[in-house]
Design a protein around this ligand. Structure first.
Ligand code: TTP
Ligand code: MN
Ligand code: MN
Ligand code: MN
Length: 363
């Protein structure tokens, strides 16, 4: 037996990067509720409340004990009164009326579907919703909507992409990409990041970071890799974004800003190794195919920025946000996916993210 952990002996840091968060979330009933609230605020583009709910959800995800009474949450950071009210409702009748109202609202349901289409963001979703579209069928059967190439492919492989990528499939993608890249740069470093690096066994895509010690060798890797994948007929869609990194510029102060690495958002065709690769019950067309469409992000970085890129691409979103907030508020430094900046000093060449942690004083 494990010693039961109670709320009275747990101190929770206000920074996600100073907390240990178990993979299995024992307070899922509460965190799901908060995640829905956060998502809904995101759909309304209300950044403040969205971040507040994400932060509160992350606090609850780190708890080593299940919430049973209001006493369990009274000393926790980032929990606002309205959030405590939701917790109270759930403790009392297993659900919150406020959250159920959101979950069943037409707007939330449509936004959830539209934003889950690869290539469709909030702007497009809002436009479609304003035009009166509500379901996926409304979108696919419309004759007056124009789609980008990304969206066309997102709709074409919607079911595959909406079903989760399993760890096994991620491993297969990793092997494939490594074999190709090592064929032309034998000392390239290839690392799976994102949710899988955090130990999750499912994800919505496979995030892969690539670098090599030989300076400037990395520049051709992405194009060569995609050409090889194309020759093998494995590319269903690709979109290459070239690097926009400018080392004369300071990092963005904005903690949620994106990075400037060269990258590609792909849909690859992966041969099914076994029958049961779907978490959900596969529909007819999926079941008939011998392959599954998988979303893959490939990111190429200069060698001296690799540690920061790995750190930034591992997530979770809340961990990254708090790591940056911690660096700036507690250490007066700036951290982004490219470097850690100490005012004028420019720290790079870190081989390991541990060095970054050490520098920030995080255990
Ligand atoms: P995601 O792949 O969106 O998320 P995830 O891997 O944590 O979860 P999922 O299973 O749903 O895929 O992003 C991975 C991390 O990469 C996330 O912490 C945000 C970060 N990221 C950047 O740093 N820069 C970028 O340009 C993008 C797109 C993501
Ligand atoms: Mn991911
Ligand atoms: Mn994601
Ligand atoms: Mn990704």
């Amino acid at each position: 037996f494990n010693t039961p952990v109670s709320s009275s002996c747990v101190r929770v840091s206000p920074y996600a990067c100073q907390r240990r968060t178990p993979l299995r979330d024992i307070n899922r009933i509460f965190t799901d509720a908060f995640d829905i609230m956060a998502e809904n605020y995101e759909f309304w583009e209300s950044k403040g409340p969205r971040v507040a709910y994400q932060r509160a959800s992350a606090v609850l995800k780190s708890l080593p004990f299940p919430i049973v009474t209001m006493k369990d949450v009274e000393d926790l950071p980032h929990l606002r009164e309205e959030m405590k009210y939701i917790i109270e409702e759930i403790i009392e009748d297993r659900k919150s009326s406020k959250v159920e109202e959101v979950r069943s609202s037409e707007r939330y349901k449509s936004f959830k579907i539209f934003t889950s289409i690869f290539g469709v963001g909030l702007k497009t979703t809002e436009k479609w919703y304003r035009m009166g579209y509500r379901t996926l069928e409304d979108i696919t059967s419309s004759n007056c909507l124009k789609f980008t190439s990304m969206q066309k492919h997102g709709l074409l492989y919607y079911e595959d992409i909406a079903s989760y990528v399993t760890k096994k499939e991620a491993d297969a993608v990793e092997r494939l990409i490594k074999t190709i890249i090592w064929g032309f740069v034998s000392d390239a470093i290839v690392t799976v990041t994102g949710g899988f690096r955090r130990g999750k066994n499912i994800g919505h895509d496979v995030d892969i970071l690539i670098t090599c010690p030989q300076k400037r060798d990395e520049i051709q890797i992405l194009h060569k890799t995609i050409n090889s994948l194309k020759k093998m007929n494995l590319v269903l869609f690709h979109d290459i974004v070239e690097s926009t990194f400018d080392d004369t510029k300071r990092p963005s102060r904005y903690v949620d800003s994106l990075d400037h690495f060269q990258k590609s958002f792909l849909i690859l065709q992966l041969q099914k190794e076994e029958e049961n690769t779907y978490i959900h019950k596969p529909n007819k067309s999926e079941a008939q195919r011998s392959w599954k469409a998988i979303r893959v992000d490939l990111v190429v970085t200069p060698y001296e920025q690799y540690a920061f890129a790995i750190l930034g691409w591992t997530g979770s979103q809340q961990f990254e946000r708090d790591l940056r907030r911690f660096a700036s508020h507690e250490k007066k430094m700036m951290l982004d996916n490219h470097a850690l900046y100490d005012k004028s000093k420019h720290l790079q060449c870190c081989e390991l993210q541990m060095i970054v942690y050490e520098f920030l004083g995080i255990g």
